[in-house]
Design a protein. Structure first.
Length: 55
């Protein structure tokens, strides 16, 4: 029996096969982070734009 069969997990070391992003695959967490960052920047720009328009 290997460690992958036991589903052992140590912080910083995931021994279960098939998890994580392999080369050539998309990274859903990274894409979500990018979208949230873009939305945050757009929200700040919108607030600044409205403040400038009202001034």
């Amino acid at each position: 029996m290997s460690t992958a069969d036991l589903h052992l997990h140590r912080p910083g070391l995931d021994v279960r096969p098939g998890l994580g992003v392999r080369p050539g695959e998309s990274d859903p967490a990274g894409m979500l982070g990018g979208v949230l960052l873009l939305l945050a920047v757009l929200a700040v720009l919108a607030v600044v734009g409205v403040a400038w328009w009202l001034a």
